[in-house]
Structures are given as structure tokens and as C-alpha cells.
Ligand binder design. Structure first.
Ligand SMILES: Cc1ncc(C[n+]2csc(CCOP(=O)(O)OP(=O)(O)O)c2C)c(N)n1
Ligand SMILES: [Mg+2]
Length: 269
């Protein structure tokens, strides 16, 4: 699929995500809008996956470590055919399998449970190491938040990935410059990320993480080391009044805000 097709799909996913968060009255809309272009490129171009065989052993592995943005993953999985599209209406409802954080025992296509930050990358290192041990050809991708990179467990995993020579692992950091209720720079500022990852022996690519023309080649790039993509994104991307403010980590739009956001995203379709 070409970048222009991917951009169209990402706009549709953004719109459905907004509707789902508004209907459910909860979600993490800012970090969902920042990560949707990355999810779209992965699921509609890069990942070797078969929605009718979610456990096929040859599938590429993908871990959404920033599990609070589960709704964006559900909408993407539904659009790709892993779950019915009309199931998105059940997001956060009693007895729904679409919980606030992804559960691999309930939702086909979810590789591992996430939500407690700082665990997805260590698990992904295990998946990539397992492929090395067994000779499997799959590639492992993981997306973390930038606030999430404050968790020390990530840095242990980063050291291990280098030690294990995991050239079959790609870490994407959704660098939207905000975490929960604060700017990254006002809390525990892990930026700049590139020199830190390079010092740990990783190959690093920096991209505009809301631009398909930069996302696709970065995700498809292969080399001799574990690969980190520092994806510069905008928290709330696509919705003017949400973009780049600290307010929209998990705030839910009121009716008036919803209609403005809906109009902006629909216009882009
Ligand atoms: C271990 C842990 N501590 C705290 C939280 C609560 N929490 C949920 S999201 C979040 C901020 C995450 O920021 P970031 O990783 O930058 O995500 P994004 O900006 O992409 O939403 C926090 C502190 C959590 N889920 N797990
Ligand atoms: Mg962030």
C-alpha cells in the first residue's frame, strides 16, 4: 500500500477513535492521535500478518507498550479484519473484551498484555531473542511512549537487546513531548533520545512520526543492530485544539468540542 492510501486509512482510524472515545466517555485521545499513523503503516503495509490466523507462528510480532492508547489499536485491528468493526461500539462497556488496556487472552491480534508502562519493550526483547534461538524469521516491533522511556526497565531491555545482537527488533518511541498531565521536559526529561540509544549500541533513525513518507522507510529499514526509530509526533495530531497541549492526555471532548473535532477530521477524509 502506498503512502497516500495509508494516509487515507489513518484519517479514517482517527475519526473512528474520536467517536469511540466520545461514546465511551473515556480514553487517551492525545496519545491515540499521535500514534495512529505509526499503527496504520505497521498494520497496512509493514507487518507480515494474517488476520484469519492471528497465532500463525511466522507472523511478525507487534507490542503496543503504551497500552493506555488501546482504543487506537482496537480500531486498527478492526479495520484490518482481526475483530468485527461494529465491535468498537462496545469499547469499555461491561463484558466487552475491548478493555481500557489490551488483553492478549481476549483480543485476537494483541500479542501481549500492556498498560503498566515499561514492560512492552522487555517482552519484545524476549520475543526477538526467542526468534534468534529458534531460527524463526519474524521481526518484532514495539511502540513505547516518550514518558514511558522514564521507566528504568526499558534501559535494561535496551542493554540486553544490544548484548543479544537483536537486529530483528525495532523500537519506535512515540516522541510527542508530553506524558500524563505534564510536558516531558518538566518531569524527568529523557530527551534527547538519539545519543542515549546510540551510546547503548543501537542504530537510530529520527523521523516525523506523523508523515507516512518518513514512517514507511524507517519501519522497513534493516541493519546490523537493534533499531530505534525516534518518531517526532504531535499529541492530539489532526485535531487543532488538542494538538500539543498538556490537557488532552485522557480528557474527553464535550459535545461542542466533539463536533469541532469531528468536522476537522471529516474534512480531511
Ligand atoms: C508503571 C505505570 N505508571 C504510571 C502509569 C499511568 N500512566 C498512564 S499513561 C501515562 C503517561 C504516559 O506518557 P507517554 O508514555 O508519553 O504516553 P503518550 O504521551 O504517548 O500518551 C502514565 C503516567 C502507568 N500506566 N504505568
Ligand atoms: Mg508522550
Amino acid at each position: 500500500m502506498e503512502p497516500s492510501d495509508l494516509e487515507r486509512i489513518a484519517r479514517q482510524i482517527r475519526l473512528r477513535d474520536l467517536q469511540a472515545v466520545y461514546e465511551a466517555g473515556a480514553g487517551h485521545i492525545g496519545g491515540e492521535m499521535s500514534v495512529i499513523d505509526l499503527l496504520t503503516a505497521l498494520y497496512f503495509r509493514v507487518l507480515r500478518i494474517w488476520p484469519d490466523q492471528p497465532k500463525n507462528p511466522d507472523r511478525d510480532r507487534f507490542v503496543l507498550s503504551k497500552g493506555h492508547t488501546a482504543c487506537a489499536l482496537y480500531v486498527t485491528l478492526a479495520k484490518r479484519g482481526f475483530i468485527p468493526e461494529d465491535e468498537i461500539h462496545t469499547f469499555l462497556q461491561p463484558h466487552s473484551r475491548l478493555n481500557g488496556h489490551p488483553n492478549c487472552n481476549k483480543v485476537p491480534g494483541v500479542e501481549t498484555n500492556t498498560g503498566p508502562l515499561g514492560h512492552g519493550l522487555p517482552v519484545a526483547v524476549g520475543m526477538a531473542k526467542a526468534a534468534k534461538l529458534s531460527g524463526a524469521g519474524y521481526h518484532t516491533y514495539v511502540i513505547t511512549g516518550d514518558g514511558e522511556m522514564q521507566e528504568g526497565s526499558n534501559w535494561e531491555a535496551i542493554m540486553a537487546a544490544h548484548q543479544f545482537r537483536l537486529d530483528n527488533l525495532t523500537l519506535v518511541i512515540d516522541h510527542n513531548r508530553f506524558q500524563q498531565g505534564a510536558a516531558l521536559s518538566d518531569t524527568n526529561d529523557v530527551a534527547p533520545l538519539r545519543p542515549k540509544l546510540e551510546a547503548f549500541g543501537w542504530r537510530v533513525t529520527e523521523i516525523d512520526g506523523n508523515n507516512m513518507h518518513e514512517i514507511v522507510p524507517a519501519l522497513e529499514s534493516r541493519g546490523d543492530h537493534p533499531h530505534c526509530i525516534v518518531a517526532h509526533t504531535n499529541k492530539g495530531h489532526g485535531i487543532s485544539f488538542m494538538q500539543d497541549t498538556v490537557d488532552w492526555h485522557h480528557k474527553v471532548p464535550n459535545k461542542e468540542q466533539y463536533e469541532i473535532a469531528l468536522a476537522e477530521l471529516s474534512e480531511a477524509l
